[in-house]
Write a protein that binds this ligand. Structure first.
Ligand SMILES: NC(=O)c1ccc[n+]([C@@H]2O[C@H](COP(=O)([O-])OP(=O)(O)OC[C@H]3O[C@@H](n4cnc5c(N)ncnc54)[C@H](O)[C@@H]3O)[C@@H](O)[C@H]2O)c1
Length: 276
């Protein structure tokens, strides 16, 4: 497929949480690489500069354009400065992949108020704040825009990761509200709900082979979800291929969430904090 048909040549993107722990391919890293391959310039944002720089190095090696930006998107100033960094580096902003996310482990009984607040701040408030500053920058750039919010199947199949599931459900509502508000500006807003994806965060935590196999088998296709699967969905939502699509939530889970029972609602998995 020709890159011109994706409409991403000369566009500028921000990917939050675009670094990855270790050498592997996280959801944000995959999206950043695929957007760059399609011709976009990408600001790769991570709270660890080294994680972001590794992604940038991968993009530069392929001849793409990318800049690393260190920011903890925990606070308004950091979100505002991140949007400014994109417009200063690339002269415009067209795409925002709100990929940053942290997990939680407990039921309402287990969860502390401080952990609940942190998960809501990083997973939901960062989307609100990044979008608050990105939307005007997209309007100024004059060519509409695309925002993609990375939620999770945990939003529709909660299982003992209360703060995480709730935060991801809020992202679905936020997506629809933003799509309604900013459609007239030519800005499309969509959401992705990944199922179990084998990303660096999980294998860096030392996920057992057994748990990995259980996650693979939860897919109706019995294949393992990879960062590239989420990255390709981001690419679709950011490109002209989805020019008539906004306010939608796409499940990327190999059919896992169609099965009647959740993988587990047991204490062990809750405490393991496995993402999905
Ligand atoms: N891996 C899965 O199974 C899975 C399933 C469903 C949804 N998701 C979602 O996909 C997204 C990416 O997850 P991943 O598994 O690829 O993770 P990952 O660890 O590979 O990448 C996430 C990156 O975000 C960065 N980050 C975390 N908090 C930050 C902050 N406050 N400010 C800036 N950067 C920060 C981390 O340093 C890390 O580099 C998350 O929103 C996650 O909830 C993942």
């Amino acid at each position: 497929m020709l890159n011109e048909s994706l409409g991403l040549e000369g566009k500028a993107a921000i990917v939050t949480g675009g670094g990855s722990e270790g050498e592997g391919i996280g959801n944000g890293r995959a999206a950043a690489i695929l957007l760059a391959r399609a011709g976009a310039s990408v600001l790769v944002v991570d709270r660890f500069r080294e994680f972001a720089q590794n992604t940038v190095d991968m993009i530069l090696k392929e001849g793409g354009e990318a800049v690393a930006h260190e920011a903890d998107l925990n606070a308004e100033d950091a979100c505002r400065a991140t949007v400014t960094a994109a417009t200063e580096n690339f002269g415009r902003l067209d795409i925002l992949d709100n990929n940053v996310g942290i997990s939680s482990k407990g039921s309402v009984v287990d969860e502390s108020q401080a952990d609940w607040a942190k998960v809501m701040r990083v997973n939901v408030e960062s989307v609100f704040l990044m979008s608050k500053y990105a939307v005007p920058a997209m309007i100024d750039s004059g060519d509409g825009g695309a925002i993609v919010n990375i939620a999770s199947t945990a939003a529709i199949r909660p299982r003992g990761m209360t703060a995480y599931s709730t935060s991801k459900g809020a992202m679905m509502s936020l997506t629809k509200g933003m799509a309604v508000d900013h459609g007239p500006d030519g800005i499309r807003v969509n959401c992705i709900l990944p199922g179990p994806i084998h990303t660096p965060r999980l294998f860096a935590k030392g996920m057992s082979d057994e748990a990995r196999e259980q996650r693979r088998k939860s897919s109706l296709l019995e294949i393992e979800g990879e960062g590239w699967d989420v990255g390709n969905a981001v690419l679709f939502f950011c490109s002209d291929l989805s020019r008539y699509v906004t306010g939608q939530c796409l499940v990327v889970d190999g059919g896992m969430s169609l099965t009647t029972r959740p993988r587990s609602s047991g204490v062990e998995e809750r405490r393991g904090g496995a993402l999905s």
